[in-house]
Design a protein around this ligand. Structure first.
Ligand code: SAM
Length: 305
């Protein structure tokens, strides 16, 4: 058995034990299994495991829990998207010794931990409103020994976070219910409720340093809604679009679930917009040649921008 499978088997057995003996969901069982392992009350076979073995084992257990009790906000950013964002963070910050990173929609932390396991110089801050998810993120961070500061709060309210070098965010999509808070935003809807995903973009730009980058996993239809003109105007006056990357066909179950990667740079008085916006589509992950060409294209774009 691979190390990751061994870890998952141990975590799963303990989580199932909690489900059978105590009135709790499987996801809560996973959290208790992680907490008891961290308290030293049982041993997870982490010896010889890489940080990514541990992250993947937790990821599989959490996915199992999410499938068993589906809740609309319980969504995890899958590996493939995490690796892609991680690749761009690595490319954009290759000359920096350390990178401060904020994820204002942390969820389970899978996206951030995928990036942190790839780009070791990252120090992160994560914000999440859901209590169970942020506890899972906290236990996972401790197990991975990754430096992350966590806040459980509504990310669209004021944050106690100093401006960061980069933001990453798999945007929560839908309407934002707190209309009073929405009024603070330029992207507050002129009529009806505001889109949470638009407000998250604006809030991310509020907390990234000038010249810093924001990496958003966006719904592929982001620029097609009736509020798109307002979003375009906002982006034009605060940021420079660096790249819009379409994800491979077949990765999503339907057009409504399709996502793209949008990379923005917060404007800086002494910097200029990129000569060319990178518009590209990630080929099928099975097509190694096409993937190689895609990464080559990104490299050339970066050298010329
Ligand atoms: N990247 C995450 C991961 O790997 O697990 C998944 C992010 S999921 C697409 C979006 C997350 O945003 C959900 O966990 C949801 O609870 C959180 N969220 C939604 N609205 C929020 C708000 N106003 N403040 C903080 N978190 C929020």
């Amino acid at each position: 058995m691979e190390k990751m499978e061994q870890l998952f088997a141990a975590l799963n057995e303990k989580a199932e034990h909690f489900v059978d003996t105590q009135q709790m969901s499987y996801l809560e069982g996973v959290l208790d299994a992680l907490d008891t392992a961290l308290a030293g009350d049982y041993v997870l076979p982490t010896a010889d495991a890489t940080k990514d073995d541990i992250r993947k084992a937790v990821q599989i257990a959490v996915l199992k829990g999410m499938r068993k009790a589906s809740q609309p906000n319980h969504q995890m950013t899958p590996d493939t998207l995490g690796f892609l964002v991680g690749y761009f963070v690595e490319q954009f910050y290759q000359d920096s010794d350390n990178v401060t990173l904020l994820d204002p929609a942390l969820g389970t932390g899978n996206l951030v931990f995928t990036i942190m396991n790839m780009v070791e110089k990252v120090e992160a801050t994560g914000i999440e409103v859901d209590e169970l998810l942020i506890h899972l993120a906290s236990a996972t961070a401790e197990l991975l020994a990754q430096p992350i500061t966590l806040y459980r709060q509504d990310s669209l309210e004021k944050l106690l976070v100093a401006p960061v070098d980069a933001v990453v965010c798999d945007l929560p999509v839908g309407y934002y219910p707190n209309e009073e808070v929405a009024l603070e935003y330029e992207l507050c809807a002129t009529e009806g409720m505001s889109y949470a995903h638009h407000l998250f973009i604006e809030q991310s730009m509020n907390y990234v340093k000038e010249g810093g980058y924001a990496f958003f996993l966006i719904p592929a239809t982001l620029f097609e809604s009736e509020q798109a003109a307002q979003l375009h105007k906002y982006i034009k006056s605060h940021a420079w679009i660096q790249a819009v990357i379409q994800l491979p066909d077949g990765m999503f179950t339907s057009r409504a679930h399709e996502k793209s990667l949008l990379i923005l740079q917060k404007q800086h008085a002494e910097m200029r917009a990129p000569k060319e916006v990178l518009l590209a589509k990630v080929p099928s992950l099975q097509n190694k040649n096409a993937l190689g060409l895609f990464f080559e294209k990104v490299k050339i774009w970066q050298e010329q921008k």
